[in-house]
Every structure is written in C-alpha cells, then in structure tokens.
Design a protein around this ligand. Sequence first.
Ligand SMILES: Nc1ncnc2c1ncn2[C@@H]1O[C@H](COP(=O)(O)OP(=O)(O)OP(=O)(O)O)[C@@H](O)[C@H]1O
Length: 304
Amino acid sequence: MNDRIIKTEGLTKDYGQGRGIFNIDIEVHKGEVFGFIGTNGSGKTTTIRNMMGFIKPDSGTSVIDRLDSWNCSADIMRNVSYVPGEIAFPSLRTGTEFLKTQAQYLGVTDYRYMNHVIEVLQLDPTANLKRMSKGMKQKTAIVAALMGEKEILVLDEPTTGLDPLMREAFLDLIREEKQKGHTVFMSSHIFEEIEAVCDRVAMIKDGHIIDTLSLHDLRHPAVKNFIIEFDRAADKQQFAGNTEFIIEKDERNSCAVRCNIEQLDTLFRTLKNYKIVNFQEIRRSLQEQFMMAYKEGLTEYGEK
Ligand SMILES: Nc1ncnc2c1ncn2[C@@H]1O[C@H](COP(=O)(O)OP(=O)(O)OP(=O)(O)O)[C@@H](O)[C@H]1O
C-alpha cells in the first residue's frame, strides 16, 4: 500500500543484556492515529529515536514519508512535528522566547494555530523556562511541536506531567489533528488515552512487539460475550440445554454466552421466551487485552 506514512521493518537496536528493540515492524497509514504502548523500559523511546533518525539501527529500516530515517534525519526533523520523551530546552529566558525561536526555525509566520494550542493547554509562555513546572515544560514542548502544523506527528509520551484535565485537552488537539487528516504516532503507558483517540495500537514488551490491534475491532468485536441472568433456574437450564450458542460459564440462574454478530438476532428472539432479569455485554478493555498479550509474551520470550 502506498498510504503508509511510517514503516519500520525488522528495526533492531541491541544494547546488550536483552535491552533495546528487536525486529520492530510497524506500519502507520495516512490519517491514522497510532498508539504505541508499553511499560517503562520496554523500548518506546528507542523505537521513536530510530524513527526520527537520531540513532542508527543495528539492522532493519525505518521510513517516514518515503524518507529513510537514518539517511534523511534532517528532512524528517523538518517534516515531522516531534515531541521528545525528555525535553531539553536551549538556554533562553522565557517560554515565549523559545516559541519565537521555534517559529523562526519552522518558518511559522501565522501564529493563530500556535495561540490556539496555547489557549487549549492554558499555558502561560511568559514564564521563566528554567522555573517552569514539569507540566508547563511539557505544554511548551507540545506547542513548539504542533505550531508547525505538519501532516505527520511523532509524540513520545506527550502527556507526561499533564494533569487529567490537561490530558483531556491534549487529546482534543489530537482529535483535531485526525480531523485534518494528519498522521499521528504517539507512545504512552496510559491505556485510557490510547483507547480514547487511537485507531490502532502496537504493544511493546522487552523490546518486542507482542500485539498490534485495531481499536475499532476492540470496540466492535465480531464475537460478543454476554452474561444472561434468568428469573428461574429452570429457564436457564432449558436455554443452556437447547441453545446453539457457546456457553462459557454456567451457573444456577445465569450463564455466559458467546455469539457472533450474525447470531445476535437469533439470540434475542430465543430470549423472548424467558423472563430475563439481567443482560450484560462483557467487553475486554485495552488494558485487559494488553495484560493477556503481556502474559503470553512472558512465556514466548521468557522472563528476564
Ligand atoms: N543509550 C543506551 N544505552 C544502553 N541502554 C539503553 C540506551 N537507551 C535505552 N537503553 C535501554 O533500552 C531499553 C529500552 O529503553 P527505552 O528508553 O526505549 O524504553 P521506554 O519504553 O521508552 O521506557 P520509559 O517508558 O521508561 O520511557 C531499556 O532497558 C533501557 O535501559
């Protein structure tokens, strides 16, 4: 497909003793918001630094918008809005001075969007850069990255240090980016924010991708699970004894039923014959999905 904006293939950076990243394959399509989730030290920043061309991979490749990350690092820096995992500001006095320098570097002359981001994040950029709190520094880095209005955004744990309200405000900015058709790659270790804005997510553990999944599939699974509670135990028994559905859990008055979406209509029609006192869909959250993949990952790669 030619709409792949970010693509890594077999990307490997081996720091020894099992540290680093190994055979990372990621594809991010145009207009997608792609989440990259993993625990501390799992390899998120190393992957992103390879993507941005700051470090040379031991093997494998990374391409952003048809440019090889290592060979075309300067172009990639120009074409991508980037928020680093660790922010190191130049020695300037205020946030405003820094943002002006950044605007010059990016060739930004219309400050309307920059001011919009400042307003959404409620940042006071006039503050002394060195005395800014962690959250203020993070907001300043976000404004500096987003003001360029690039079509590609690579964000390394962009919500670090933001309080819950500001995290929500930041997610609104990401939704705006998506509406503009921009492509976003963002790392995080917060499941809720990935679940809130991403189209797809890759999970990394010990430097290996252990799962990549579509949030749409997670929100709208082809196979659904329900807990059904019957008024009478005899009804439950009759239903469970004659049903074409897979019964996962069978208790006195209730059972868990697994059915695919084509079977939903039949399920509801069958249930009309009984008095139902509770009916609930059981949904797996991203965190539960990750924990499952994480445990399987432990057996696949072995514990360190
Ligand atoms: N320059 C380096 N030299 C040696 N080891 C490194 C280097 N950079 C990273 N590592 C190791 O590689 C692994 C992955 O680190 P990385 O910073 O990519 O993880 P992360 O997922 O971004 O973690 P966090 O969420 O804590 O920021 C860790 O074990 C780390 O100690």
